[in-house]
Design a protein around this ligand. Structure first.
Ligand SMILES: C[S@@+](CC[C@H](N)C(=O)[O-])C[C@H]1O[C@@H](n2cnc3c(N)ncnc32)[C@H](O)[C@@H]1O
Length: 217
């Protein structure tokens, strides 16, 4: 195991054995805030596939929602494209630290649970972005998490999904639990249509590929 994954793996194991599949994020962020743990996805740059997607995108006049934003790296990138950006995470500490890291940011950072989102968010955003958050939840939550992500796209809006890749039928001992092609296809629900579904090489490590999928409503 990569040493930077050790703390996440330990907190996840404890929470999963308590029957709390999303119960490890807050303890991990709290420990990291106190200097006693490492958050493996604590990176300054946006996800490696995001700048390629955003190259010709002008978000002016449009709203965006970032699901499971962590410390806000992707939310800040979308805001830099002009999107009026809301970003949420289940961890209060992540949201507090994201606000502190990006003082003066235009992003609205909110603590919320994807599995119980504010009613006003349903159908509420021109762009919804989910990057490696659904894959951080066990397979038992996949169908519900997927449906909730898609439900927040406004009529005429777009969904962007970035995720690790898993072959159909492969057993996986997560976290993470990367997505199969059929799990990517499942975002096309409630009137969403697939626009682009590709396995893209990561610019920093072209031997590794991730899903980059977009859907429109
Ligand atoms: C693997 S991390 C990725 C964070 C961020 N997307 C990034 O790439 O930097 C998954 C994030 O999703 C958040 N998360 C997990 N389950 C969630 C839920 N049910 N609702 C909201 N956020 C959740 C976690 O707290 C964590 O910050």
């Amino acid at each position: 195991m990569d040493p930077k994954d050790a703390d996440a793996s330990r907190f996840a194991g404890e929470a999963l054995s308590r029957g709390e599949p999303t119960g490890w994020f807050e303890p991990l962020y709290a420990a990291a805030s106190g200097g006693s743990a490492v958050v493996p996805w604590d990176l300054e740059a946006p996800h490696g596939l995001l700048p390629g997607w955003g190259r010709d995108v002008d978000g002016s006049g449009r709203s965006a929602l970032v699901v499971g934003c962590g410390y806000g790296r992707d939310a800040e990138y979308l805001a830099s494209l002009g999107f009026r950006t809301t970003a949420f995470d289940i961890s209060e500490t992540a949201i507090r630290d994201a606000r502190a890291r990006h003082a003066g940011s235009t992003v609205d950072y909110v603590t919320a649970d994807l599995l119980d989102p504010p009613a006003a968010w349903i159908g509420g955003f021109d762009l919804v972005m989910e990057s490696i958050t659904v894959q951080s939840m066990p397979l038992s939550l996949r169908a519900e998490a997927t449906e909730r992500v898609s439900a927040m796209v406004a009529p005429g809006g777009e969904l962007l999904v970035i995720s690790g890749i898993r072959a159909e039928g492969d057993e996986v001992d997560g976290p993470p639990w990367p997505l199969t092609r059929s799990e990517i296809d499942a975002f096309a629900t409630g009137g969403l249509q697939p626009k682009r579904i590709e396995q893209e090489p990561l610019p920093a490590n072209p031997d590794v590929r991730s899903w980059l999928a977009t859907f429109t409503r």
